[in-house]
Design a protein around this ligand. Structure first.
Ligand code: FES
Ligand code: FE2
Length: 361
């Protein structure tokens, strides 16, 4: 990074008080420099959701994932759930390209075979190579933690403990226990916007009456609130229609910095992971998990239809916003702190991550 870039980042990374809060400048969403910074300073230095433990219930089950351009395999080893780099020590082949099950992990390129915990077990014909020993090779482990049945990984060691990041959510959720809502299915969306545009759209209910007429009928906009914690924020609203799809109760929208969302409605958890692909494209994963309830099929069908509608509305507005950010006609604008406190909170955490880089340099 040159001195000019360094100065620009140091300026935009200064903390902003709520009384003068402006959005981050357009270049943060439109310049590839920030794609690199977000990968190394934000996504690799934070807890990343990879799935639900119900996806790998028995010894030898695995799922594959990709976080911050790192291929990962998450394995039920029999002694717990462990994430490993999905990169063979021979010539970087994959151990798996889809979820699966086996007694060992066998590389798909030349067949090196690993124990479930990542130790190399055997390697075809390698006894012909002088000095080779299976004991010298293993798939590196990745820091793994489970909370409320959700599996998280952290690529770097200098992350706060996961229970510190999620502190307070259990108490808000109780008596809801997310471990009792097993994984049902995953939907994937490729969206033409910077990952932070999608996250920020999630973090404010300000757009609700304008973008989501259907969702606005379900939620009580006047009672819609946002509470901030150190590493997460919580938006919530009572459900207005007790006879609706979800019945009576609360809608909880938890955002866990930097790119995980937990949308909790009665008997249903939907997680969102927002994964950058480039400065103006991201991949969003929706995992649906449901409690065992009578007429589950009907809940799933109605939930899918409703969620698809809301997501289509969000995709439309996010892609239009990205065009606005790319246009050169916009630099930054004032925030509505009554409705955009969660967005400001996210931007302050980003500014802190960018500052940390400047201080370390
Ligand atoms: S790359 Fe894995 S065995 Fe060759
Ligand atoms: Fe929305």
């Amino acid at each position: 990074m040159n001195a000019y870039d360094r100065q620009r980042i140091a300026t935009l990374a200064q903390s902003q008080g709520a009384d003068q809060a402006h959005s981050l400048p357009a270049e943060v969403y439109a310049n590839g420099l920030f794609t690199v910074l977000d990968r190394t300073e934000v996504l690799q230095r934070s807890w990343q959701l990879v799935g639900h433990q119900s996806q790998i219930p028995t010894t030898g089950d695995w799922v594959v994932h990709e976080v911050a351009e790192q291929p990962i395999i998450v394995v039920n080893t029999g002694a717990g759930i462990q994430a490993l780099h999905n990169v063979c020590r021979h010539r970087a082949g994959p151990l798996a390209t889809t979820s699966g099950h086996g007694k060992t992990l066998r590389c798909r390129y030349h067949g090196w075979n690993y124990h479930l915990d990542g130790r190399l077990k055997s390697a075809p014909e390698m006894h012909t190579t002088a000095g080779f020993s299976v004991a010298d090779h293993r798939l590196p482990k990745i820091k793994t933690a489970i909370w409320q049945g959700l599996i998280f990984v952290a690529l770097k060691d200098d992350v706060p403990p996961l229970n510190e990041v999620t502190a307070g959510i259990d108490q808000i959720l109780a008596p809801i226990d997310l471990t009792t809502m097993p994984f049902n299915r995953r939907d994937e969306f490729i969206i033409d916007c910077n990952w932070k545009v999608y996250v920020e759209n999630y973090l404010e209910g300000y757009h609700l009456p304008h973008v989501h007429p259907g969702l606005n009928q379900l939620l009580d906009y006047k009672s819609y609130q946002t509470q901030l914690s150190r590493w997460h924020s919580h938006q919530f609203s009572p459900l207005e229609q007790s006879e609706g799809i979800y019945g009576a109760g609360q809608a909880h929208y938890f955002f866990i910095y930097p790119n995980t969302m937990l949308n909790v409605l009665p008997n249903r958890l939907q997680t969102n992971q927002v994964l950058p692909l480039s400065h103006n494209r991201c991949r969003v994963l929706f995992d649906y998990c449901y409690a065992e309830v009578p007429d589950l099929a009907s809940l799933i069908a109605q939930d899918q239809q409703f969620s698809d509608q809301v997501q289509a509305e969000d995709i439309g507005i996010c892609e239009a916003v990205q065009k606005g950010l790319n246009s050169g006609s916009y630099a930054s604008g004032p925030l509505c702190m009554k409705r955009e406190a969660g967005l400001h909170h996210f931007q302050e955490l980003l500014r802190a991550a960018y500052r940390q880089l400047m201080e370390a340099a």
